[in-house]
Ligand binder design. Structure first.
Ligand code: SF4
Length: 790
């Protein structure tokens, strides 16, 4: 194994940058390349292999890739896209991004205690996220004492004693919060939430609070389940697939294979997005000869370049036209028997269209009437429609309403709860859906808590806890004293970075269960612990038995996952055991839960999940079936069990938002490059968008650049003034791009600093990171002095 230190590649990357003095914001050497019109193909394979080489794990990594997403292998740690139920390709069931995620895990680069001894946290914090992430796998538990400058080694026993001492001295259990990132397995999630509840709190913020909470908030009350309704096969036999606010080429690349299959069987695809993403336009399937040497396949039959937050107007415009077509061809466009038999609120829904005018809606949407007409026509006489969406919708301030409007559209067409039709929120992180199913939720229902109470015999707390945004505010106000993070990179993932960093530094203890070093370890509480854990691809041995875990994908399939790689250190322990040892240390031998039993076998955890969570009957047997099993999903069968409306799905009345901007304001959406997964930065390029070797760029419309007196390539500073506070993201380069006027796009997490903690999605309380009002000014070399005062 190679040990990392700052003299190797990590330092090399940082040293390439302009000298910075006390300015941590540096530019690389931006090169603009061709904007791609299609995704995947040979370049994707090459990029994946390059990452394996860079992580010094070419053979080890390739061996693991052959097992990734296979029936007897392990689940990809990246996105939550499902694997085929029946056949899986022996050549590989993964994409470029899955391979990159695996390379990060399978890396042979290691960080030991010597690394932390040689590097003060203060110095490490000056490095960028890319450099920090490339240091290698964590290998032993580390502790930062109060007032310390360097992490130092600590034994596992001592680490758990420190956590227990902190937890036991808090005035109330609600002074602690337990964060979860999506990678956590079902088994670890279940014991983790159980521990939090036995300890006495529902403070369980999780990454759903930042990605698809909005989807759950909209779907639960309308179709009776906060999850998608389609299966993979539905994509193969459908009439129309609408992809809105989602970029499959980067965020769920194997979705493109499903789209390809659907297209070959005659489906039409409508892509709706402010940017014409390569992964929406075309696909070269690297597993087919035609994808390698041929022209690939055109994906979008119709691309609608909607303005940021113009989606509501666009959806209403399409609905208005469908209602109009129905008048001309009664009974042929809308599904009246479905509307009468399974929905409620149709008359009021239709009446509202008396207030809408197509010209006005098209203007709000930023899409031509001709294009909207074409979209409506493509679906008018079709019965099977699938709508997929991502964070382009869920992170809008009116995201919950947007998704309700999608439901409205599908209800009109009777296109939900039958084969080839339905809703498909595309989840970004593997097992983020499973975490929620396992009761990682700051607002568990009484029904869920009653089941735990009945089975375990303790009184779980009933008061709702903090979600991510509320947890950050509580840290800031010192109502929270301790944060335990099961995975993730809390600081980089969350909004309002300056505010959040200040909040985290106020905590008395931060604990991070991690595989690799990240920025959150460096912006820590007064004391801090880093607990290194196994990754999905690692062999997990417990008492001599090779364990497997299980996960739930975006389509509600529970499948087993068994790692195959020798761990990079003998000191790593799995997440379930970390929770159990924390529980034993904190709660003592008198706890109502037998934590040792869970510690020793995941079968025991699954046996108890089965007793407490519906749909998991015979869990241990069924999870061993080839491909696992589907969880029940009544909406998929056309049964809409909504709390308020009985067995009917309601049409919802929504409004068109006012997106007026001041003359010098722009709307900004944050996005990810093709070279990153959430907060993990694999590389510094964004191949499909033609960006090489830079992340501090802002995409602007050419007319806007000219009107503002800028030129492409100019250096600018970005500002947000929500809540009367100045927020600054300095030193960005303008890139001229095909994007609607007054709209801009920048990369996450660099511009999270501009997203106010109060800029949230109504009802779901998620950060509205795709709807941020900004001002753009010529770069001021003295801007850093102002930032230091913030
Ligand atoms: S599509 Fe998602 S789950 Fe599948 S291999 Fe790619 S990143 Fe992994």
């Amino acid at each position: 194994m190679e040990e990392n230190n700052l003299d190797d590649k990590g330092q090399g990357q940082a040293a390439n940058r302009e000298p910075a003095a006390e300015n941590p914001y540096r530019l690389l050497d931006l090169k603009l390349t061709k904007v791609e019109k299609w995704a995947a193909g040979v370049p994707a394979v090459m990029a994946a292999m390059r990452d394996l080489v860079e992580e010094r794990t070419f053979f080890r990594g390739n061996r693991a890739l052959l097992k990734m997403n296979q029936f007897e292998g392990f689940d990809c740690p990246s996105c939550a896209w499902p694997d085929p139920d029946d056949e899986r390709s022996p050549v590989g069931e993964y994409c470029e991004n899955g391979a990159k995620a695996l390379a990060e895990e399978a890396t042979t680069k290691r960080i030991t205690a010597a690394f932390f001894k040689a590097n003060a946290v203060f110095d490490l914090a000056k490095l960028d996220d890319y450099t920090i992430g490339k240091m290698g796998r964590l290998t032993e538990p580390m502790y930062m004492p109060r007032g310390g400058t360097h992490y130092q080694p600590i034994s596992w026993d001592e680490a758990f004693k420190k956590i227990a001492a902190h937890l036991n001295q808090l005035a109330s259990a609600d002074e602690a919060a337990f964060y979860t990132s999506g990678r956590t397995s079902n088994e670890a999630s279940f014991v983790y939430q159980l521990f939090a509840k036995v300890y006495g709190t529902n403070n369980m913020p999780d990454c759903s609070n930042m990605c698809h909470e909005t989807s759950g908030s909209a779907l639960g009350p309308t179709i009776g389940i906060g999850k998608g309704t389609v299966k993979l096969e539905d994509f193969y036999h459908t009439d129309v697939i609408i992809i809105i606010g989602h970029n499959p080429g980067t965020n769920a690349p194997r979705m493109m294979s499903a789209l390809e299959k659907g297209k070959k069987n005659g489906a039409k695809i409508i892509a709706i997005n402010p940017l014409p993403e390569a992964g929406l336009m075309g696909f070269h399937n690297p597993q087919e000869i035609s994808g390698i040497i041929g022209n690939g396949i055109k994906l979008a039959d119709l691309y609608l370049p909607v303005k940021i937050n113009g989606d509501m107007a666009l959806l209403k415009a399409i609905e208005l036209l469908l209602l109009d077509f129905e008048k001309k061809s009664p009974g042929e466009v809308l599904d009246h028997s479905f509307i009468t038999g399974k929905t409620t609120g149709y008359d009021a829904f239709v009446r509202q269209f008396g207030n809408y005018d197509l010209d006005e809606l098209a203007r709000h949407a930023g899409v031509s009437k001709a294009d909207i007409y074409e979209a409506a026509q493509m679906m008018a006489f079709k019965q099977r429609i699938i709508v997929c969406w991502g964070m382009g919708l869920t992170q809008q301030h009116n995201g919950v309403d947007l998704i309700r409007e999608i439901v409205n559209l599908l209800l009109l067409k009777g296109s939900i709860g039958k084969p080839g039709a339905g809703v498909c929120p595309v989840r970004g992180h593997s097992n983020v859906q499973g975490n929620r199913t396992m009761l990682i939720d700051e607002k568990p229902t009484d029904e869920q808590l009653d089941r735990l109470q009945q089975f375990f015999g303790f009184n779980p707390p009933r008061k709702h806890g903090y979600d991510v945004v509320r947890a950050i505010k509580a840290m800031h106000d010192e109502r929270l004293k301790m944060l335990f993070c099961m995975g993730g990179n809390f600081l980089s993932a969350t909004p309002d970075t300056t505010y959040t960093a200040k909040a985290m530094r106020k905590l008395s203890l931060t604990v991070y269960v991690s595989t690799k070093l990240n920025r959150s370890h460096l912006v820590h509480g007064q004391e801090s612990l880093i607990l290194p854990t196994l990754s999905r691809s690692d062999i997990d041995m417990v008492n001599g038995v090779h364990q497997f875990v299980s996960t739930e994908n975006s389509m509600g399939v529970i499948e087993k996952s068994k790692g195959i790689l020798k761990p990079v250190s003998e000191h790593l322990i799995n997440e379930t055991q970390i929770v159990c040892r924390m529980a034993i240390a904190t709660l003592g031998s008198g706890s109502v839960i037998n934590w040792q039993r869970y510690h020793d076998s995941y079968d025991a955890v699954r046996d108890d999940i089965e007793k407490c969570i519906p749909g998991f009957d015979n869990y241990n047997a069924r999870v061993l079936q080839k491909g696992g099993f589907y969880l029940p999903n009544a909406a998929r069968e056309g049964i809409f069990k909504t709390k308020e409306f009985g067995d009917r799905a309601p049409f919802t009345l929504t409004g068109i938002p006012d997106n007026t901007l001041a003359p010098d304001e722009y709307l900004m959406a944050t996005t990810r490059t093709h070279d990153q997964f959430n907060t993990t930065i694999y590389g510094l390029d964004d191949r499909y968008r033609g960006i090489k070797n830079e992340r501090r760029v802002i995409f602007m419309n050419p007319a806007d650049i000219e009107k503002a007196g800028f030129k492409p390539g100019d250096k600018v500073d970005l500002f947000n003034y929500d809540d009367g506070i100045e927020r600054i993201a300095p030193l960005f380069i303008i890139v001229s791009y095909q994007i609607p006027e007054r709209n801009t796009v920048t990369y996450f997490p660099e511009t999270n600093v501009l997203v106010s903690i109060n800029n949230v999605v109504k009802e779901s309380n998620m950060p509205a990171s795709k709807y941020v009002k900004i001002k753009i000014k010529k770069h001021d070399p003295d801007i850093y002095k102002r930032i230091n005062q913030l």
